[in-house]
Design a protein around this ligand. Structure first.
Ligand code: NAD
Ligand code: SER
Length: 310
């Protein structure tokens, strides 16, 4: 696991350890891991950009599969586009080369709804569509998808990928994306009873609750190879809502909750992305399914954040 300390990695690592055994999931990240990961199985500080050390640890630990989650997300990527491009591409290419050189069994690398752009149909965006992203994050993810498909076709590497929508979770803070508002809003609702949204009220985006994202990832990776027809990345839709609708869902539990709106540079990023996603190809190929909607996710988010707050 590369990127075990992030929003997804901190939960996916635990789930993989539950399935395969703590000792069999070697967790790495540039930064310290959460105690639950660091104390219950192998963990190593590792920069995925350092290909020699990456190879060293892969050989020493007899690695057979890699989940590579290291990336600069959309908001941060707009703040430092050249660095984001270099990090996002090198992190992926080092992993692909590792797979080629060591003959690894399977690779997971996440893409994003950010591969789509302002010229893509916004509603029910299909698996195959116009793709002209105008954010550095989206450009790097689209290029990454092309690299994945190329390595599959050219070197027969079993690489699998999902275009995650915005992911919502309560265990680890999100890492600088445009959809982070949909996590922050729950914390602020409990702490202050109010939230100032950096996206406009009508900005509808596709989103997914973390347990559904973890299940989709594992279902994809466990599926028989002949079921995986898409080797760039699969559309994953989840649910779609805007800041006003999530505020309304919170108000059912916290009646006095107030939302105000002051958009920033992330509005332009959100405006370039789809509002809803057609994920029928993933449903047909390997039975993608979800459990949560906005109401059931809101209940869990508020309960869990209250518990954390004590
Ligand atoms: P995150 O920022 O929370 O976590 C990324 C982790 O990677 C961090 O712990 C970071 O320390 C680590 N990392 C960064 N550079 C590294 C390097 N050079 N070497 C080793 N580790 C490094 O991000 P996340 O939300 O967990 O996202 C994981 C992946 O999923 C990314 O590729 C992201 O683009 C993709 N994704 C996330 C979302 C979302 O909503 N969270 C949506 C779509 C796609
Ligand atoms: N949630 C991610 C972001 O906002 C989408 O890939 O960057």
């Amino acid at each position: 696991m590369i990127g075990c300390s992030g929003q997804i990695g901190s939960e996916l690592t635990i789930e993989l350890r539950n399935i395969y055994g703590n000792e069999n999931v070697f967790a790495t990240d540039l930064k310290e891991a959460p105690a639950e990961i660091r104390d219950n199985g192998p963990f190593q500080i590792l920069d995925v950009l350092d290909e020699k050390r990456l190879q060293h640890y892969a050989i020493r630990n007899k690695i057979t599969q890699v989940y590579n989650l290291a990336a600069v997300l959309s908001g941060n990527a707009e703040r430092m586009p050249m660095q984001a491009w270099n990090i996002n591409m090198s992190a992926l290419i080092n992993t692909l080369e590792l797979a080629r050189e060591l003959g690894l069994n399977k690779i997971f690398w996440p893409s994003s709804i950010a591969v789509f752009g302002p010229t893509t149909p916004r509603f029910g965006t299909p698996q195959l569509s116009v793709m002209e992203p105008n954010t550095m994050y989206g450009i790097s993810k689209l290029a990454g998808e092309r690299w994945c498909e190329y390595y599959h076709q050219r070197y027969n590497i079993d690489i699998r990928s999902l275009r995650y929508p915005g992911l919502i979770s309560y265990k680890t803070e999100p890492g600088g994306g445009t959809t982070d508002y949909a996590v922050e809003i729950y914390y602020e609702a409990i702490k202050n009873g109010s939230y100032e949204s950096f996206l406009k009220e009508e900005t509808t985006l596709p989103m997914m609750f973390m347990p559904d994202a973890i299940k989709a990832t594992i279902d994809l990776m466990e599926a028989d190879a002949d079921k995986i027809k898409v080797r760039s990345s699969y559309n994953v839709g989840g649910m779609s809502f805007n800041p006003q609708e999530i505020a309304d869902a919170i108000r059912k539990h916290i009646p006095g909750f107030e939302i105000t709106f002051k958009h920033d540079f992330r509005q332009a990023i959100a405006d370039s992305w789809p509002a809803s996603i057609d994920d029928s190809v993933a449903r047909a190929d390997w039975n993608l399914s979800y459990k949560y909607n906005l109401e059931s996710m809101t209940q869990v988010m508020l309960d869990e954040i209250r518990k954390k707050a004590g």
